[in-house]
Design a protein around this ligand. Structure first.
Ligand code: EPS
Length: 395
């Protein structure tokens, strides 16, 4: 069972989103501005549609915090959906406006969204809104709020995060896995969060051009986490291996269809001596010649930078529509477009980072436990002392 459990609730156009995070030690001091800053990062990104002009995501705390410090009880966070004011007749939890709700009924599923598969899972086709509201990527706002808390826990122990957009559609900015240094110049508040800001104008033009064609785009996001101590995760059980847990977290992000750890996509075509990271002695413990393993060997962190990539498919809601079939009448016809993003990958780096932080926070608590932050401090310190003959923190 996870040490850091969390669950989100809420629909895209409903009153709001909630996330309950359970397992945090008591006494962790949280920085409110840093939480909201991460939510603001998720709202950036050139290529997003009109919705982001309506929303202004901020964390409202409903439990688990007193005077800025965690109580050790479930941390309950909420984010308001400002757009609910425009959708109350369609999404009110108790009473709908019959005419408004009828006007917003969806019966023609969008290929690539959860509409059709979700309808078959619930065997309900009379209004696909019952599925798509929850399947919407709006839910990632709640994940980012929870991930921001996990990141603050990890930062206390020296973890640092960098993330960027490595490709948008056919436009590549960085080939292969990113290194910590590759992501030095990323400005998280820039329109596309790329490793090299000089590329942004070209990419913005590209997104504009694709938007004019009424098309959508996906892309590749890279995350590097520095300061991860060795020994997190497990080499013993399939469900405790940290690489598997990170992959599950990545693939659960809406639109993500693949993920890679380190140079996972590249080394499968190489021979062993090219693929692995030689170990050699240095003045600051044992070092590696390279980091193709991306910080994980055998399901356990090895103390090198953790390197992840997540691969996003293009958004399923196309202005030009896609061939589909009305599930009620059986009539063929194009999917209907009201409003959507051309691409949301500009928002994706902070989402991928947040999911990584939640998994790493869980792994940290699993290894070192502690119901109070002081107990956790001591356990982490003792572990670092034990591994010090072989590993020391990178500056
Ligand atoms: C989404 C569709 C769009 C996105 C939404 C995810 O929303 P709407 O239908 O209201 O225009 O903007 O993402 C967000 C609201 C968000 O905050 O990220 C979808 O269908 O997944």
């Amino acid at each position: 069972m996870s040490r850091l459990r969390w669950l989100t609730g809420g629909e895209s156009h409903g009153p709001g989103l909630t996330v309950i995070l359970e397992g945090l030690p008591a006494g962790l001091l949280l920085d409110r501005d840093a939480l909201d800053a991460r939510l603001a990062r998720r709202q950036h990104g050139f290529g997003r549609g009109g919705r982001q002009k309506i929303e202004k995501d901020r964390v409202i705390v409903r439990g688990g915090l007193r005077g800025g410090r965690t109580l050790g009880s479930p941390l309950v966070l909420e984010i308001e959906n400002r757009d609910f004011a425009n959708w109350a007749g369609v999404m009110d939890p108790w009473e709908l406006d019959t005419a408004e709700a009828a006007a917003r009924i969806v019966t023609r599923p969008r290929p690539g969204h959860a509409d059709f598969s979700g309808a078959m899972a619930t065997a309900q086709v009379e209004d696909l809104r019952n599925i798509l509201e929850r399947a919407s990527a709006r839910e990632t706002a709640a994940r980012v709020a929870a991930g921001a808390v996990a990141a603050q826990l990890l930062e206390r122990y020296g973890f640092r995060f960098r993330s960027a957009l490595l490709a948008i559609g056919a436009e590549t900015v960085l080939e292969g896995p990113p290194s910590w240094e590759d992501l030095t110049s990323v400005d998280p508040s820039s329109p596309l969060v790329t490793p090299w800001p000089e590329d942004e104008e070209r990419l913005v033009d590209y997104i504009r051009q694709i938007g004019k064609q009424q098309e959508t785009l996906g892309g590749i996001v890279g995350v590097v986490v520095r300061g991860v101590p060795p020994g997190l995760g497990s080499y013993v059980h399939w469900d405790r291996k940290l690489d598997g847990r990170l992959a599950q977290a990545m693939l659960s992000i809406p639109s993500v269809k693949a993920c890679a750890i380190g140079a996972g996509l590249e080394i499968c075509r190489q021979v062993g001596s090219e693929a692995h990271d030689a170990i050699f002695p240095s003045e600051s413990g044992l070092r590696r010649s390279s980091n193709r393993a991306g910080g994980l060997e055998g399901g356990v962190t090895n103390g090198e930078d953790l390197v992840l990539r997540a691969f996003f498919k293009p958004i399923a809601t196309l202005r030009r529509g896609l061939p589909s079939v009305d599930l009620v009448t059986g009539e063929e016809g194009a999917t209907v477009w009201e409003r959507s993003d051309v691409t949301a990958v500009g928002s994706a780096p902070v989402i991928v980072e947040s999911m990584a932080a939640l998994v790493l926070g869980d792994a940290l608590l699993e290894s070192f436990g502690g119901s109070s932050i002081e107990a956790l401090d001591h356990a982490v310190e003792a572990h670092l002392e034990r591994v010090s003959p072989w590993w020391s923190k990178r500056i």
